[in-house]
Write a protein that binds this ligand. Structure first.
Ligand code: SF4
Ligand code: FES
Length: 371
């Protein structure tokens, strides 16, 4: 029987029309635009909790808020409030504003501020620095100042099994690790306990996640709250060299990224797509135990797809364009030099002065040698 294709829905996102299947979220529609044209990657809303491979993720962090200027062709009224693009489904004729709407960009600054209320600014000692989505989010959308005066909440570090450490102080409660644990285990072993500012990730501590795929919570964590104890403090990520590699593994696909410092394998992670999402979960044996080059068949340098500091120093040919936050910052902080001194513009005088200065410098140098 011939397959009946669902009728596509047309929406306008930041002035660009795109057709998507019914049930698609605004976020996915925006990603479709960027996947068709890389130069449009900047219009995709940031995501701190949504993670496509994890069903039910999204709707927690509000990083992806957008304005729906027209709900649908049938009901063209705008939606009264900004909506999370990762969980809001498109309607025929919907008009969405993201980078084209000042209120959205202004709100995003507040979301960064909100996420940083309790998150420590310990990037210089955090293993996630360089591949931290909150770091990128703050650079691209945050403001340089904070209004927060209260004390940040702090927690002791907790070992979740022998290889994973939970640094709850850094957690932004995105729930990604909870959904990962739900996906890889048959019973609930890990979750968010407590509510409000008492909420925290817990595994009933003593019930450490004892699952062959538990290490994947490290890869899905957008910040440095869940870290690999076999890699902690070994290297800054931008000084390491990632290689795509595979191995014969009877538990997972064996497709991974092997990260080198010189000739030493310092960590193994799953491969990620351009949105920073794991393509395929890898098992703990590949992640924590296969730390020799001879354990792997190397395929070649990893193309670091995500544009952030992690792209720096990574096989020059594969460098992705630098994020434009640096240019934006330079543009806002640029100050013309206020200098009213009279300047010599005549080249002959400049040449003479230069010779004179040079002679004086040589004379000073001779004097200091004789003393
Ligand atoms: S530990 Fe990481 S992945 Fe888990 S909820 Fe906190 S920030 Fe999200
Ligand atoms: S990414 Fe949409 S609410 Fe977090």
């Amino acid at each position: 029987m011939e397959e009946v294709k669902p009728q596509l829905i047309k929406i306008t996102f930041d002035g660009i029309e795109v057709e998507v299947a019914p049930g698609t979220t605004i976020m996915q529609a925006a990603r479709k635009i960027a996947e068709a044209d890389e130069s449009q990657a900047g219009l995709v809303p940031p995501a701190m909790c949504y993670y496509k491979p994890l069903p039910s993720s999204g709707g927690k962090c509000r990083a992806c808020l957008v304005r729906v200027a027209q709900g649908s062709a049938k009901d063209p009224r705008p939606m009264p409030k900004l909506v999370p693009s990762c969980i809001t489904q498109v309607q025929e004729g919907m008009v969405v504003e993201n980078t084209t709407n000042d209120a959205v960009l202004e709100t995003r600054k507040s979301i960064v501020e909100f996420l940083l209320i309790n998150h420590p600014l310990d990037c210089p000692i955090c293993d996630q620095a360089g591949e931290c989505h909150l770091q990128d989010f703050a650079f691209e959308h945050g403001s340089a100042k904070t209004r927060y005066e209260e004390e940040r909440r702090t927690f002791d570090k907790i070992d979740i099994g022998p290889n994973i450490q939970l640094h709850m102080t850094r957690c932004i409660l995105c729930y990604r690790c909870v959904y990962t644990a739900d996906q890889i285990t048959n019973k609930r072993e890990h979750g968010v306990m407590g509510r409000g500012d008492a909420a925290e990730i817990s595994t009933y501590i003593s019930n450490a996640i004892d699952n062959e795929f538990s290490g994947n919570v490290i890869d899905v964590c957008p910040v440095g709250a869940l870290t690999d104890k076999t890699f902690r403090f070994k290297n800054r990520v931008w000084f390491s060299k990632p290689e795509d590699a595979h191995c014969e593994c009877d538990k997972c696909s064996g497709k991974a990224i092997v990260w080198y410092r010189g000739d030493e394998v310092i960590r193994v992670t799953a491969r990620k797509n351009v949105w920073g999402e794991v393509n395929e979960f890898i098992c703990n044996t590949c992640r924590f135990d296969r730390k020799k080059t001879s354990d792997w068949v190397l395929e070649g340098p990893t193309k670091v797809k995500r544009s952030s500091v992690i792209s720096a120093n990574k096989y020059r040919a594969n460098l992705v364009p630098k994020p434009d936050f640096a240019m934006k910052l330079a543009a806002t902080q640029f100050k013309p030099i206020d200098d009213s001194r009279p300047y010599v513009t005549d080249t002959e005088t400049i040449r003479e002065q230069s010779i004179e200065n040079n002679d004086k410098a040589n004379h000073r140098s001779l004097l200091s040698q004789n003393n």
